[in-house]
Design a protein around this ligand. Structure first.
Ligand code: PGA
Length: 254
């Protein structure tokens, strides 16, 4: 695993955008696995900026997002489909029909998950999967558990995730308790994985995920078993790893 430790959030975002942009330039019809949350916002901004300058072309890019809240659709500003349009899709020349997320408006969980699984299988593996990390080590909405869930599934969100997500909702508004998410197999089948982490509140999760044992209690730890993972982290999120070593990791301090 290659680890890039950047000075701050802005540098992390730029480095991650560099990697995504290289992927699109090398393979214009790349399938990108995309993530939401606060972490990738700066990265998407940077990609939009390069697109506006004429340096990036999304016309052949295909995207599959990690997850979506059950019960929320494009009209809801808290849905991930809304987020993706707002931060990226509506700002670049990607074809709307090439962008995919689980259908949060289908409340029939089994059907919604089967549909998304089928779509992922039909499209084929992601060339590059982007990930953030939760404070509890989750990836997508794969929460700490006794087992690693494999394919797209419906999850009941943990209290800590519901609490963390409250900041995106108005006071008194209900934070959804369920979400549809790619499972660990759907994530690991990507050819290349780019994880981003920023801020001191991620330091514990980053240390456990990349320098601790591989366990479903820290879902991101499974990434240690993938052959092509790049972690781009700022110093704050890496602060607890500074003295850690791992035979499979090479760290570059930028
Ligand atoms: P955040 O969430 O980017 O909003 O911190 C990351 C995650 O929970 O995966």
């Amino acid at each position: 695993m290659r680890i890039y430790v950047t000075k701050d959030y802005a540098e992390m975002s730029r480095k991650a955008a560099n990697i995504i942009s290289a992927q699109i330039i090398i393979k214009p019809d790349s399938i990108l696995g995309l993530a939401t949350g606060s972490t990738p916002i700066g990265t998407y901004d940077q990609l939009v900026n390069w697109y506006e300058k004429g340096d990036l072309d999304f016309s052949e890019v295909v995207t599959v997002n990690l997850d979506e809240y059950r019960g929320l659709g494009p009209e809801s500003p808290q849905s991930y489909v809304y987020y993706m349009r707002h931060y990226l899709f509506d700002r670049v020349n990607i074809k709307p029909e090439n962008t995919h997320l689980p259908n949060g408006l289908n409340e029939n969980a089994e059907e919604a998950c089967n549909d998304y699984n089928e779509l992922l299988n039909k499209l084929g593996e992601q060339d590059l999967q982007i990930l953030g990390i939760g404070r509890n080590g989750h990836i997508g909405f794969n929460e700490p558990d006794e087992i690693f869930d494999q394919d797209v599934h419906c999850v009941s969100l943990t209290n800590s995730t519901i609490e963390a997500n409250k900041r995106f909702f108005e006071a008194g508004e209900e934070v959804p308790k369920y979400a549809y998410t790619m499972g660990i197999r759907s994530i690991l089948r990507a050819r290349k994985i780019l994880m981003m982490a920023s801020g001191e509140d991620k330091a514990d999760a980053v240390k456990k995920a990349f320098f601790g044992p591989v366990t479903p209690l820290v879902p991101a730890s499974i990434l240690q078993l993938h052959d092509d993972v790049i972690l781009v982290t700022d110093q704050a999120a890496y602060s607890k790893c500074a003295n850690s070593t791992h035979t499979r990791h090479t760290a570059y301090i930028l």
